[in-house]
Design a protein around this ligand. Structure first.
Ligand SMILES: *Cc1c(COP(=O)(O)O)cnc(C)c1O
Length: 363
């Protein structure tokens, strides 16, 4: 089928690598148990309030959901101390990335981003005919000085992923505030904080303060990670209402389904669950990082629910039934893996497999 040409902008794009399916892996290595630690999902599930709220949804599935997500915006507004007019809800925060690119990137526009970061920034910019200006990470962190120096008359957007996926590293809020203050008001800064709830408190930006001083900032967060609702698809953005008005022009009218809206409200009400997830994650993450480094692998300090480990470990972990995401990249030699922090039991299995890989290498 080569007679129907796609739009030129998407010809060079490869679909997001979805990874090996659990069933396939089970079959291949005759495994009894698979641990999926590839997508940074919450190891502890989600709040119990969520299924309760979903079961109480009116059985009225023939009705469209609230296209304005009013109740969810109200609940979020109270929680975030922000007027709900500053909040936009997406079908996952990934949708908000797409809408921002859709609304703001024209042919030839440039968007500055890190060279090793969430791949959906570049994909969505390129789809709209824009160009990704990729700035190498410095010690796993966004190099804000270099990113600032790459601004040009074509720059429309700057993406900062904090903590950065896949390295897990986080900039402090002062560095981000300073950077934002130095960017001209006609450039939109997209601050993706998908792992915000996992960060050390003193590094967390205060979105409501940023938005008081800057109309050109969009802060994105999600219910997929610390809230444990990846399967439902709900994320939110905090930004000036004038930006939201533009996103509303290009989004689907009913982009967030009724069950997701109800679930997100319930999840938000259970901050105990979020704190518990964060604390357990921190304990396990630090234990894992220490052990993995002792085993001889370089691993950045992470403020998210995953670790970025430099070493050719993906195959060995797969053989043990542990699915991780493998990376090769110009910025480091050889291979690396991004490992989601699982439960204590998951993590013990990971350490066992890495230990075996190391011993295997020595003999
Ligand atoms: C997981 C993730 C998202 C998207 O999450 P949604 O499920 O679409 O809300 C966005 N940005 C980063 C950096 C992520 O890791």
């Amino acid at each position: 089928m080569d007679r129907i040409l796609t739009k030129e902008s998407i010809r060079g794009i490869t679909p997001y690598p979805l990874g090996i399916a659990a069933e396939e892996l089970k079959e291949k290595y005759k495994l009894s148990r698979i641990r999926s630690l590839a997508d940074n999902e919450n190891a502890y599930g989600c709040s119990k309030l969520v299924s309760l709220a979903m079961s109480k949804q009116p059985g009225n599935l023939s009705r469209y959901p609230d296209g304005a997500c009013s109740a969810l915006k109200r609940t979020l507004g109270n929680f975030l101390n922000l007027p709900s007019a500053y909040i936009s809800i997406g079908n996952g925060s990934e949708e908000l990335i797409r809408l921002l690119a859709r609304a703001y990137i024209s042919e030839g526009d440039e968007a500055i981003m890190a060279d090793l970061t969430f791949p959906r920034y570049k994909a969505n910019v390129v789809i709209e005919g824009g160009k990704a200006v990729e700035v190498p990470l410095k010690d796993g962190l966004h190099d804000l000085v270099e990113m600032g120096s790459r601004m040009s008359s074509r720059t429309k957007m700057i993406f900062i992923c904090n903590p950065n996926n896949p390295t897990g590293t986080a900039l402090c809020k002062e560095a981000i505030q300073q950077f934002i203050a130095a960017v001209p008001a006609h450039i939109l800064i997209v601050l993706d904080e998908a792992y915000y709830e996992y960060m050390n408190h003193e590094k967390r930006t205060e979105a409501e303060k940023l938005l008081t001083f800057h109309d050109n900032v969009a802060v994105l967060r999600t219910f997929s990670k610390a809230y444990g609702l990846a399967g439902l698809r709900a994320g939110y953005g905090m930004m000036h209402p004038s930006i939201i008005a533009e996103l509303d022009k290009v989004r689907e009218v009913f982009n967030v389904n009724a069950l997701s809206q109800a679930a997100a409200i319930a999840a938000l009400e259970d901050q105990y669950f979020v704190r518990m997830s964060g604390e357990k994650n921190r304990t396990e993450r630090e234990r894992m990082r220490g052990r993995i480094q002792e085993l001889g692998f370089m691993c950045y300090a992470s403020e998210a629910n995953f670790l970025f480990i430099q070493g050719a470990l993906a195959e060995k972990l797969m053989e043990s039934g542990i699915i991780v995401r493998k990376f090769t990249h110009a910025s480091f030699q050889g291979e690396a893996v991004r490992l989601t922090i699982g439960t204590e039991e998951d993590n013990d299995a990971v350490l066992e497999a890495i230990g075996q890989a190391v011993r295997g290498r020595r003999v």
